[in-house]
Design a protein around this ligand. Structure first.
Ligand code: FAD
Ligand code: SF4
Length: 469
């Protein structure tokens, strides 16, 4: 630990976001960066705790105290080498990880001001790329071949680790480019896609092969690609959570009601240069937007709708508003379930909780005199009937009981986005050389957990193949 008193004298300083009036007009990353002096000063706040809870909370077991110390001393290459020991993709987590480590940081408990681990991590890896510390490895081949299905963070982490162990790895991806939800879910204003391209280029130079536009499956213990069956020594299924939770209520068939990812993935593709016809294009321009679902995906829809020029944005959530600041039900060092206000929320949004959705209404079915938009049509959504509710404790225990609280109302909306999570995938019983990882195994989770699962799966594959002749 470089400066034993820094945590007493140096306050937490975040780089912060670009000003709203500036960022709202483009899809560039919203987060800014600190200058080198401030960044090193932030790293000096780390107390090198005897029991580093940051390390405990991180699914990758990142050695934050060690690399914070190196960063404080300006030993950037050393900091990067320590960082990459546990995290293969700090440029992703450094941008979009909710930073479980920071909520478990001892300084978060004692002062509410955790060490800025996520930003520090991002600064280290960006400096590493800039100064050439990200080197190309050329592992010796062991003659065995592994197929990875899906190129999200889980598949990429498994592929990179197995490649380093000497396996010949091919990643099959049904989309036209790699990254999974990093590329086709998370908006560019949180993660610029050049960051993914840069890493894929490193992996390709290191020998990982990528096959795009390849929706493959496992059949009879082999990889089925179109009508061909291909043989690999092991297979990793890292296909994520393809099925979003839908809302099967009257009016679901109306135009203008979309799953969140339909909007988010299309917008990311548009930014990548893909063209869509007027009929296909989903846009919030000039519209009253209703986002159903109060989580991160909903928040990404809000930021996207703002940038597309929405007239208004409302977000509703069926669960109660979480406590602000502190939640006794989730004490430190656990992840605190508290109200989260993202950069997208800050850009403007009406947020409501304890709201159940009853029905999607068109111009033909909204109540008499209800104001409808200029493009209103009988087959297009114009409003959503909702019911304020409350949650009462269940005398039998278990999930609380939902009760009505007030009169139903109609929220004006000509674009509705369903952001209510994803169904956990079910898998058949596979042969012993088939492994499942990431969200495909756990259900919808986080990038850092997907990476950890990919690394763990690579180890399991290696252990399994060591037993095979
Ligand atoms: C809108 C949104 C925002 C999010 N924001 C964050 C965030 O800010 N921070 C965070 O930590 N997490 C975030 N998450 C969660 C995070 O993105 C996921 O937990 C993570 O991407 C899961 O990684 P994965 O590799 O398991 O799956 P995915 O990223 O879903 O990748 C699966 C890949 O498999 C491919 N695939 C599927 N089937 C096949 C097939 N048959 N053949 C070939 N390829 C196939 C898919 O095309 C996809 O590329 C967000 C999720 C969403 C939806
Ligand atoms: S818990 Fe916080 S202060 Fe302690 S070692 Fe980890 S980052 Fe440093």
């Amino acid at each position: 630990m470089g400066n034993p008193k820094a945590f007493l004298t140096v306050p937490r300083k975040e780089a912060g976001y670009r000003p709203i009036h500036d960022r709202i007009h483009d899809f560039g990353e919203v987060e800014q960066t600190l200058n080198t002096r401030d960044r090193q000063e932030q790293a000096s706040r780390c107390m090198d705790c005897g029991v580093p809870f940051c390390h405990w909370a991180c699914p990758l077991g990142n050695k934050d105290p060690e690399w914070n110390d190196a960063l404080y001393r300006g030993e950037w290459e050393k900091a990067y080498k320590l960082l990459k020991k546990t995290n293969p993709f700090p440029e992703f987590t450094g941008r979009i990880c909710p930073a479980l480590c920071e909520k478990a940081c001892v300084l978060y408990l004692t002062t509410g001001e955790a060490v800025t681990n996520r930003e520090n991590e991002c600064a280290i890896v960006e400096r590493a790329y800039l100064e050439g510390y990200v080197t190309i490895e050329h592992p010796e081949r062991n003659g065995k071949r592994v197929a990875v299905i899906g190129s999200g963070p889980a598949g990429l982490a498994a592929a990179q680790a197995l490649n380093y162990m000497g396996y010949e790895v091919t990643v099959f991806e049904k989309n036209e480019a790699a990254g999974g939800l990093l590329r086709y879910g998370i908006p560019n204003f949180k993660l610029n896609k050049k960051i993914i391209d840069r890493r894929i280029s490193v992996m390709e130079q290191e020998g990982v092969k990528f096959v795009y536009g390849a929706a493959v499956k496992i059949e009879n213990g082999k990889l089925k690609i179109e009508n061909d069956l291909c043989d690999y020594d092991a297979y990793i299924i890292a296909t994520g959570t393809p099925t979003a939770r839908d809302l099967d209520i009257p009016g679901r068939e109306l135009k203008g009601v979309h799953l969140a990812l339909e909007l988010l993935s299309q917008q990311n593709r548009v930014l990548a240069g893909m063209e869509f016809s007027k009929e296909e294009r989903i846009t919030a321009k000039g519209k009253d937007v209703l986002v159903i679902g109060g989580g991160d995906t909903g928040s990404d829809c809000i930021g996207t709708a703002h940038r597309q020029g929405a007239k208004s944005v409302t977000q509703i959530e069926i669960m109660p508003k979480p406590p602000v600041g502190h939640n006794p039900a989730t004490p430190w060092p656990n992840w605190p379930v508290i109200l989260k206000t993202t950069s997208s929320h800050e850009e403007g949004c009406t947020r409501r909780w304890n709201i159940n959705t009853l029905e999607f209404l068109s111009a033909a079915t909204v109540p008499d005199g209800f104001p409808v938009g200029k493009d209103a049509a009988p087959d297009h959504v114009a409003g959503v009937r909702v019911q304020p509710i409350d949650w009462k404790p269940n005398p039998a225990g278990g999930r609380p009981i939902m009760v009505e609280a007030g009169e139903p109302e109609v929220i004006k909306a000509d674009l509705v986005l369903l952001a209510m999570g994803f169904l956990k995938p079910q898998h058949p019983e596979y042969p012993e050389n088939v492994f499942v990882c990431g969200d495909a195994a756990s259900g919808a989770s986080l990038v850092v957990r997907a990476i950890a699962s990919g690394l763990d799966t690579a180890k399991r594959v290696h252990a399994f193949l060591a037993t095979q002749s």
